[in-house]
Ligand binder design. Structure first.
Ligand code: SF4
Length: 337
């Protein structure tokens, strides 16, 4: 069966599933502490999809062409027994790959093993700097680098590979520590990806002057080591890949601001409260939860999906301008990166 396609003929292929809007970090570019405080209206337990409901939605998306799932949050590991969900998703015959994005703070050896045994294939760990003071100022909960490096080792030890690193680069905050991070992961098989700071959501106070363009990051790294662009692994891959010519491995650039990649975007996002967003910078979602809890059949869910995807025309990063920055966009902590 062919994948559903949108207005630009982009096939539905990837589903990012946010399992919670909560997190134990307060990264300044995602969940600034002054907004996501004790009184912030986080989702209540009964508002969040159950594992059974998430599985039903994932099966519907698989019928529509999804082959890759990514479990996100907030921080997905704050959701108890998440390996149960992984097991359910791994049992969906069409699904070829299941990954997770985590801050690593709760990725103990036992949890890594449990996730691997449940069917998780790969893991991406967020780490914005190896400089402890810089990292602590960015996660804003004083969490040390050493504990995240341990989590990366735990993932490698059980074979959740290739382990990738997500590093959001903000000018004046961590851009002076990128070479240190790149150097640390050379010859390890772990793949860092440097991410241009984005105007996600409506709370991080984004300004263009705080963005370090991918070009600048490439110049800095190629000033240290000989590198060359590498072919994408698959259609719609988010990161531009680069290889070290001395065999030191690879790294990636995710340049949504200066080199938009909307033309090959095959990603759908499901929020923890059951809303489908067809773009990271979406302003409104399509409600699956009401149908799920209203006794809808699988065919009705599929109709909703195909209707939403076939009329999709998102290409926010290509259209980003002074007028779009202040749109009331969904928070990244609600739908995962
Ligand atoms: S801006 Fe939206 S459409 Fe463009 S690549 Fe990102 S998620 Fe896809």
């Amino acid at each position: 069966m062919n994948s559903l396609t949108d207005r630009f003929n982009r096939p539905l292929h990837d589903l990012r599933i946010s399992v919670t809007d909560r997190c134990n970090f307060r990264c300044v570019y995602c969940m600034p502490k002054e907004i996501f405080g004790a009184n912030y209206p986080f989702l209540q337990r009964d508002e969040v999809l159950t594992f059974e409901e998430i599985e039903r939605v994932a099966r519907t998306f698989a019928r529509g062409g999804v082959r890759k799932l990514r479990i996100t949050g907030g921080e997905p590991l704050v959701r108890r027994n998440i390996e149960e969900l992984v097991e359910r998703l791994a049992a969906i015959p069409e699904i070829e790959d299941i990954a997770m994005t985590t801050n690593g703070s709760m990725l103990s050896p036992a949890k890594a093993r449990a996730l691997k045994d449940a069917g998780l294939n790969r893991i991406t760990v967020s780490l914005d700097s190896l400089d402890d003071d810089v990292f602590k100022s960015m996660n804003d909960v004083n969490f040390p680098v050493a504990r995240v490096l341990e989590a990366i080792d735990n993932a490698v030890a059980v074979g959740l590979e290739p382990v990738k690193i997500d590093t959001v680069v903000k000018r004046g905050l961590n851009d002076h520590t990128l070479i240190q991070l790149a150097s640390h992961f050379r010859h390890t098989g772990v793949i860092p990806r440097f991410i241009e700071y984005m105007d996600v959501g409506s709370t991080n106070g984004w300004r263009m002057e705080d963005v370090v363009p991918a070009r600048e990051i490439i110049d800095a790294i190629s000033g240290e080591w000989a590198i060359a662009p590498a072919e994408p692994n698959y259609y719609g891959e988010v990161a531009n890949r680069y290889k070290y010519l001395d065999g030191g491995g690879e790294f990636g650039l995710i340049a949504s601001v200066t080199q938009p990649f909307c033309g090959t975007c095959t990603r759908a996002r499901l929020s923890a409260d059951g809303q489908l967003y067809t773009c990271l910078f979406g302003t409104h979602g399509t409600d699956f939860r009401a149908l799920l809890r209203g006794g809808a059949t699988d065919d009705v869910l599929y109709e909703l999906l195909s209707g939403a995807w076939s009329k999709r025309a998102d290409r926010y990063s290509e259209l980003r301008s002074e007028n779009t920055i202040y749109l009331r966009k969904v928070e990244m902590s609600r739908i995962g990166g």
